[in-house]
Design a protein around this ligand. Structure first.
Ligand SMILES: NC(=O)c1ccc[n+]([C@@H]2O[C@H](COP(=O)([O-])OP(=O)(O)OC[C@H]3O[C@@H](n4cnc5c(N)ncnc54)[C@H](O)[C@@H]3O)[C@@H](O)[C@H]2O)c1
Length: 356
């Protein structure tokens, strides 16, 4: 299987009911809108706790421009989901009773687990909460899938490329032995192991996705891809640690959501699988900065010493996803990141405009 049109794939989800746990976040809302565009019944369940309105409106998230922009992105997410016909429920997946009630009413056939502190840096500051949002929620989801696994054909887990730890060669594939470091990567790996345990013990159909360094519209988590374009527009320097030679497999959200929908649609009930889903070609931070500089010519680039703890990363190989899912990522950095930056400039001018 190498080339299956998206429209053909998505037909397999026609009778599906997809529940996204932690689905109001960056990945979840983009996935929900795309599922609805294909006519799939979709419910987003979220406790609005991470990268949230409250976070951005109340706590000090830097300057006013940034606050206004992030709140605008978050509000737009809700408007887009509402217009697309996504069902939304404000629920904390740590509460078994609340989650059970939602399973009972929505009756999902596919469940995607996204809830987490979705940043290794933030997770390190609050390891207990990281454990809780990632694994206490997963415990409830696994138990509910176990009890209703005739109904839930697939439980998909959003893991992370960080499970590979420091890369020992330029690239890794799904059989490379994980060597996670730190609380974020270790809770991801624990979550993967728990999925496999429930698969072997209880026959739950499971699918593990390992993405990397995502960027795209309405992201508010301030990863390097957002920080660079925002800093350029605000007149702040773009910091290049160690000269900016660090590698990351940057992935545009459109490629990830395409791959996730393929994996959801093509997953065979009762089986267990793991897929890398990235662009499949690591690039340097300098490459990212060059695109920003091209769009915002007065952007200031500033070199900084390399952080001692910086992980060593590289390319995630896509052979398995290509072969099994017909996944052909189509957004190289020059196209995807440029499109994202141009969109960001437009939003900045509209929302921050003359007040910047
Ligand atoms: N964005 C990336 O680059 C990236 C890369 C690899 C893996 N991932 C993983 O993908 C998943 C989604 O990432 P994202 O970028 O969309 O993050 P995000 O922070 O935008 O979304 C996570 C969502 O989970 C929700 N949540 C947290 N705890 C919850 C709970 N107890 N009950 C209900 N909802 C809860 C949050 O409110 C938030 O809306 C995460 O598991 C993350 O670790 C993300």
């Amino acid at each position: 299987m190498t080339d299956i049109p998206f429209e053909t794939v998505v037909e397999k989800l026609a009778d599906g009911r997809v529940m996204l746990i932690g689905g109001a976040g960056f990945i979840g809302h983009n996935l929900a809108i795309k599922l609805r565009a294909s006519g799939v019944e979709t419910m987003v369940l979220d406790n609005m706790m991470v990268n949230s309105m409250v976070d951005n409106a109340f706590h000090d998230r830097g300057d006013l421009a940034k606050r206004k922009l992030n709140l605008h992105f978050l509000m737009t997410r809700f408007e887009m989901m509402r217009d697309a016909g996504v069902q939304l429920i404000n629920c904390d997946a740590r509460s078994y009773a609340d989650l059970a009630q939602t399973f009972d009413t929505f009756k999902p056939t596919k469940v995607v687990h996204l809830s987490a502190i979705a940043s290794a840096v933030e997770a390190r500051k609050n390891p207990g909460l990281c454990f809780d949002l990632q694994l206490s929620t997963l415990r409830n989801v696994l138990e509910l899938c176990r009890l209703s696994h005739q109904q839930v054909a697939t439980l998909m887990l959003l893991s992370s490329s960080t499970v590979y730890g420091d890369f020992e060669s330029d690239s890794v594939d799904e059989v490379t032995r994980p060597r996670p470091r730190g609380i974020y990567a270790n809770t991801k790996y624990m979550a993967e192991r728990l999925l496999r345990t429930y698969h072997h013990g209880d026959g739950i159909g499971t699918c593990i996705i390992r993405p990397s360094a995502l960027y795209g519209e309405r992201c508010v988590s301030r990863r390097v891809s957002q920080a660079f374009i925002e800093n350029a527009l605000a007149g702040r320097p773009l910091l290049l640690e160690g000269g900016g030679d660090g590698l990351l497999d940057f992935t545009y959200i459109e490629d990830l959501t395409d791959g996730m929908i393929r994996a959801l649609a093509l997953h065979e009930a009762g089986t267990s699988d793991t897929f890398n889903l990235t662009f499949g070609h690591a690039r340097t931070i300098v490459d990212l900065a060059a695109i920003v500089k091209d769009i915002v010519p007065n952007a200031i680039l500033e070199e900084r010493p390399r952080a001692a703890e910086k992980p060593i990363r590289g390319t995630l190989r896509m052979d398995k996803a290509r072969e099994r899912l017909g996944f052909n990522p189509s957004w190289p950095l020059e196209r995807g990141y440029r499109q994202y930056c141009e969109w960001y400039v437009g939003e900045w001018e509209k929302i921050v405009g003359a007040n910047a």
